[in-house]
Write a protein that binds this ligand. Structure first.
Ligand code: UN1
Length: 537
């Protein structure tokens, strides 16, 4: 591993890692120039230097993955599982160091960064033992001396593109089950977080993942490695594709995979609703809403979008929520102030610019802005903002009131620290609002009323629902994914994801020594000549 001194002003924070693509177990430079992976917290801090990859790099990685496929597929699943267990232990041993890189690179608070590594450890622990299951079935045959079996078979080379907001946890949801099932991988990590991706690769190599089983190509999405990966679908490079990111890019991948008659795994955007009913524990609901809206600076696909308030408590909730924003919501530099801040910067300036655009839509539609609307800077910062913020994109928390279903704000994902307050008269209207967007990822209801809870669970269109908990924070062994524009119905995590990375193989084994014809020669038995006369009853 190569490191060099950082910019003189930020040398205390850490060194600059000289990064590479991993192809066929080797660290390779790309066909294009290097790019700086600059810290979201302070852009003077160059966390890593990485190759911007060209189409040839993608092809090299695909070849390495193809060559590695047969031997890896033939490695017994319990051995593949044992290697995965070792990855988990390395992540556990290096947890603090890796979390510090996440904080530097994308600006997550230390406790969230540790949680992120933990999510990858949980995934390794889960799939380690799956290597000793990966069950098929024995199925009874309709013929004598014939046996039927099912086996899970790997698919081949899996292409993966992941986002920067969960740069280890989400890739682990894909890579770990994919390789456990015997596939090989070409992964394009986010250009916002290549350093942590590189270190995750190193953990895999150290654990004994053989050369070529997992490969990385770094670089941009559009006009970069991401685009070349997607173009590779039509060239037949991949037998499966898995993507976490925007709905627009998900559609492109879905179209290309459709042409190859493949089902990609797509985890896309969200506009997640939270309903707070009149009987809710308001203190708990305020805490949950505050975290879901502003935690991770709103940069989770599970972040809260529409906060739907039952009219009898709407005013009281609003007051409590605004008080909490004033008293509990510290923001700023997570490298300097650690977990004192609830949220840090946007992952990069581009995300900040995109976030700023939503303000003009809100104003045009007549929503009322109660808070926020700008970046924090030296002139407007208040006591809630901690540390040096001059070299990053730090957003004020936004709060919109009087939002209704037809507004742009209600319907579109904003991916930043903002939330819409929507007041409703009754439970029916609350459900109509909660189901009133094209998305359906996460959702939440705060209520003690069992009937409402039951109705909500049955009628909400979402892949994930919380009762009396926030919209974020899915556990690593439950199915993760969404409905509508949030995905294509595939799920990640837990046992369910195994279906995404294997296909079923049905085998029949005939020991009769002759050709037995199913359905035609099957002895289904006969009714007796004199059946019971049921008419006598
Ligand atoms: C994402 O934002 O893409 O449920 C994943 C959560 C996290 C994962 C989010 N465990 O909020």
């Amino acid at each position: 591993m190569f490191l060099k001194p950082n910019h003189p002003d930020v040398q205390d924070v850490g060194k600059t890692l000289i990064g590479f693509n991993w192809i066929g177990g080797r660290e390779l430079e790309g066909d294009k120039a290097l790019f700086d992976a600059r810290s979201a917290v302070d852009n003077r801090d160059v966390v890593g230097l990485f190759p911007e990859s060209g189409p040839k790099d993608v092809e090299r990685a695909v070849k390495a993955a193809r060559d590695a496929f047969e031997p890896w597929k033939n490695t017994p699943a319990p051995i593949r599982g044992a290697i995965i267990g070792r990855i988990g232990r390395i992540l556990e041993d290096q947890k603090e160091k890796l979390a510090a890189i996440i904080t530097r690179e994308i600006g997550k608070t230390p406790r969230e960064a540790l949680g992120e590594i933990q999510e990858a450890i949980d995934t390794c622990q889960f799939f380690q033992s799956e290597g000793r299951r990966l069950y098929g079935q024995t199925v009874p045959s309709e013929m004598r001396r014939k046996e039927l079996f099912t086996y899970r078979r790997p698919l081949g080379v899996v292409g993966m593109i992941t986002a920067g907001n969960f740069p280890v946890a989400v890739p682990s949801w894909k890579i770990i089950p994919a390789i456990l099932c015997g596939n090989t991988v070409v992964w394009k990590p986010s250009e916002d977080a290549p350093t942590i991706a590189y270190l995750f690769m190193r953990a895999m190599i150290d654990a004994g993942v053989p050369p070529g089983v997992v490969n990385t190509v770094n670089g941009k999405g559009a006009n970069g490695a991401g685009q070349y990966m997607i173009e590779g679908i039509d060239k037949g490079h991949f037998q499966k594709f898995s993507f976490t990111g925007s709905t627009a890019v998900g559609r492109l991948i879905g179209e290309a995979c459709g042409r190859q008659l493949q089902i990609p795994s797509l985890e896309l955007g969200g506009k997640n609703p939270m309903i707070v009913m009149e009987d809710a524990d308001l203190e708990n609901a305020v805490t949950g809403a505050l975290w879901a809206a502003y935690g991770t600076a709103g940069q989770r696909c599970t972040s809260l979008g529409n906060l739907i308030l039952h009219k009898p408590i709407a005013e009281k909730f609003k007051t409590l929520f605004q008080e909490a924003m004033q008293n509990k919501l510290l923001m700023g530099n997570p490298v300097e102030h650690g977990d004192d801040v609830v949220y840090g910067p946007m992952m990069n300036a581009r995300f900040g610019e995109r976030f700023m655009e939503h303000f003009k839509h809100g104003k045009q539609d007549g929503a009322k802005l109660l808070s926020g609307g700008a970046k924090w800077d030296e002139a407007n910062r208040d006591a809630r903002v901690l540390g040096h913020i001059g070299n990053g994109t730090y957003m004020q928390p936004a709060l919109w009131d009087n939002v209704t279903k037809g507004m742009w704000l209600f319907q579109n994902e904003t991916f930043g620290p903002t939330v819409n307050l929507v007041t409703v008269n009754d439970f029916e209207e609350a459900m109509a609002c909660a189901n009133g967007t094209p998305y359906g990822l996460s959702s939440s209801l705060y209520s003690e009323n069992r009937q409402w809870v039951e109705e909500f669970k049955n009628r909400i269109s979402a892949g994930m629902s919380s009762i009396n908990n926030s919209t974020t924070g899915a556990e690593a062994h439950l199915p993760f994914g969404g409905n509508g524009w949030s995905g294509n119905g595939t799920r990640e995590s837990g046992i369910w994801v195994v279906d995404a990375y294997t296909r079923w193989h049905a085998i029949n084994e005939d020991a009769s020594g002759r050709l037995q014809l199913a359905q035609i020669e099957t002895d289904y038995g006969k009714a007796p000549a004199k059946p019971t006369d049921w008419g006598q009853l």
